[in-house]
Each structure stands twice: as C-alpha cells, then as structure tokens.
Design a protein. Structure first.
Length: 256
C-alpha cells in the first residue's frame, strides 16, 4: 500500500487563518487558492473550506463490506456549528484518515429527529424501523464512505479534479490505491452515487468489477435498493436486499 499522506497532518497558518491540508497536497492546493480566478466565477460557494478537517473517507475503508463513492464532502453553516461544538470530532476524523480508527463518524451529529445527510440516505437500508439511529450505528460498522476529492466545499469546482499538474493529488492517489486493492481482493460491494465518469477515469477497474453498482440518478442519489443498478444499468434490487439482510443480522440479534 502507498504511504498514507494523512499521517501527521496538522493545521497551518495561512493568511491569518488556521487551515488543514495534507502536507503532500499543500503545494498544489496553495497554487489553486492563489489563482486570480479563485474561487470559480467569483462565487464563494466554490471555495474550499480548509478550516475543518477533510473527510476524505469515513469508516473501515480497508475492510468494510460496502464502500459508497461520492464526490467531495459538503459544507454548511450547520456542519460548521456542529464541528466547532465538539472539539474532539476533528480527532475522530484524523484517526480515521490515519487508519487508526474505523469509526463511522458521519453519524456523529445525527439524532432520532435529524438523521443528517448520510443517515437519511442509509435509513432505507434498515429493515426494522423501530430504532433507526441505533440500527444505523450497527450496520455502518460494515459500511465506508469515500469522496473523490477530499476537501470540503459548498459546491464542487470541476477544476479540482486534477490539481497536481494534470494529475491527482497524493491523497486522492492513496484512496484510489486502497479501492483498487479492495477490487483485487473481490471482497467488497461498491456503490457509486455521484460523478461516475470521474471515478471510472480514476479507477478503470470499477467498470468491469462484478460488484460495482450505480444509483439511477446521480443528481439526486437514492440508496433505495430499487434505485441501485449494475454498471450495465440492470437492476440489482434482489442482490441489494440480500446484502441488507446480512447487514441487519446484528441488529436483529441485539433485539432478541
């Protein structure tokens, strides 16, 4: 496996702010944010939110039964408020990226009345709806999330695809390498929810991987089994339902 560029990452001073960027990425990120054309169209929604720890991947990326692929971690005022309210949350993200923890911290701020983005997406995978949040925390022990680009923004700037000249950032290459190894091991189901073309270009092996699936609408991704298709756009609803039965076994055991 490649050297993990997330190990030892610490905040740095930049223009009077504390920002968090992987050392191996910094040269390229710095060049990007110092362009006259940054942010794209002069719109701050495309600016990178570097004051928070990047959520490049979440959960047990090396062993999870399922990896869900997305574009880049989003950002909102609510997320900023939550992030600042729990100082140790940044350390949870850091430990996960350093592969020292397998905690699925994307549910950190979820409540029964507000499951959050990933909680809302994954609730369709819960069979017993009585204790949804508790069940989510159980099944996500076997689920990982991965973002094509590691740094937060409100909206994604397509120029971020390849910031290292005409190549991917070192952190991106590290994640792509992990996913390629999982494909070689043939021990994971991979579901693309956003930016299919970007993922297929970065990891060509996905196209022919038997257990690679797509959602039917990447603009409004749904993880309902009926909305998940094989790369050839053939429904895999029955296979996904079988997977969900397996993921929910531990939930059902706990209730007995």
């Amino acid at each position: 496996m490649m050297k993990n560029p997330w190990i030892g990452v610490a905040s740095r001073d930049y223009n009077g702010s504390k920002i968090i960027v992987a050392d191996d990425d910094w040269e390229y990120i710095k060049q990007f944010i110092e362009r006259k054309s940054y942010p794209s169209k002069g719109d701050p929604k495309y600016a990178l939110k570097l004051e928070v720890y990047p959520q490049h991947f979440v959960g047990d990326i090396q062993h999870a039964s399922v990896i869900i692929l997305s574009l880049n971690p989003s950002y909102s005022q609510d997320y900023e408020d939550d992030y600042k309210s729990v100082p140790e949350y940044a350390n949870k993200i850091k430990d996960n990226l350093e592969l020292n923890s397998t905690d699925f911290h994307a549910l950190e701020f979820s409540t029964d009345s507000n499951l959050g983005y990933w909680g809302e997406k994954l609730k369709d995978w819960i069979i017993d709806k009585k204790e949804i949040l508790t069940s989510l925390k159980t099944i996500t022990k076997n689920i990982a999330l991965a973002e094509f680009f590691p740094y937060h923004s409100i909206s994604y700037d397509g120029r971020c695809d390849k910031l290292a000249g005409k190549d991917y950032l070192p952190t991106q290459k590290f994640l792509f390498d992990i996913i390629k190894n999982r494909i070689k091991q043939n021990d994971v189901k991979i579901i693309l929810t956003r930016s299919f073309k970007r993922w297929y270009e970065a990891i060509p092996e996905l196209k022919n991987y038997e257990n690679c699936f797509e959602v039917n609408n990447p603009n409004k991704p749904s993880l309902k089994p009926k909305n998940i298709l094989k790369v050839t756009r053939v429904s895999v609803e029955s296979e996904i339902n079988t997977l969900l039965n397996e993921l929910n076994k531990e939930v059902q055991t706990q209730e007995q």
